[in-house]
Design a protein around this ligand. Structure first.
Ligand SMILES: CC(C)(COP(=O)(O)OP(=O)(O)OC[C@H]1O[C@@H](n2cnc3c(N)ncnc32)[C@H](O)[C@@H]1OP(=O)(O)O)[C@@H](O)C(=O)NCCC(=O)NCCS
Length: 183
């Protein structure tokens, strides 16, 4: 198939499509969630209020086929993440949460996966985060493909496995110190 993917920062006109991409991709393995687009639009709008929010979209012509968003590590708990606890656990590992970016969600429509879009979204999102003084990147997942994407961007040895999530124990936290990496 002939196609050219372009990347853009989130605009209002993308929000509903981003919510749809989220709902579709997370209805599959390994998540099997039943989030409606209304639910996921709510998650996006909540994230947009967070300090340091960044969201990039990947488009085929005008159609959104993927996105990646995150924000600075909050100092309060958010939906299903006890950041107050996580901050303490990070501090115990010598990680300063105040300058860390939490890579919350990256998703690419199933038909467009495995074409490098996920790694490109993470790379570009990280470049923007760096410009805002971020020194470390955190993410939490149970999807091995997500971890592989991070390792592809930052190098295998730079993606450090930290600990299981204290609430959702099937999810693992990962950390990348950005000044060690070129991406
Ligand atoms: C994780 C995700 C965003 C990756 O996006 P993507 O565009 O497919 O990623 P890339 O094409 O850049 O692939 C990067 C690497 O990840 C690994 N990978 C990605 N998809 C894979 C698959 N289906 N099977 C095996 N490895 C895979 C590969 O190592 C790949 O590198 P390679 O193609 O050079 O071997 C995508 O699979 C997705 O949307 N998954 C569902 C949503 C999700 O779980 N998001 C993470 C939430 S925390």
């Amino acid at each position: 198939m002939e196609y050219e993917i372009t990347y853009d920062v989130l605009k209002d006109e993308h929000k509903e499509e981003v919510a749809n991409v989220y709902s579709i991709t997370f209805s599959r393995a390994p998540w099997y969630s039943n989030y409606t687009p209304k639910d996921t639009l709510g998650f996006l709008e909540d994230a947009m209020r967070r300090k340091g929010f960044i969201c990039l979209v990947a488009k085929l012509a005008d159609k959104v086929v993927g996105f990646s968003w995150g924000f600075l590590v909050p100092d309060e708990d958010v939906r299903n993440i006890t950041f107050t606890k996580i901050r303490k656990m990070l501090s115990d590992k010598g990680i300063d949460a105040d300058t860390c970016f939490y890579g919350a969600v990256t998703a690419v429509l199933p038909d467009f996966q495995r074409r490098g879009i996920g790694t490109e979204l993470i790379t570009r999102r990280t470049e923007l985060a760096r410009e805002h003084g971020v020194t470390g990147l955190l993410n939490r997942t149970k999807n091995d493909n997500m971890v592989k994407s991070y390792k592809k961007v930052f190098g295998e040895e730079n993606v450090i496995t930290l600990f299981n999530d204290p609430i959702l124990s099937d999810r693992m936290w990962y950390y990348t110190k950005l000044n060690n990496t070129k991406s």
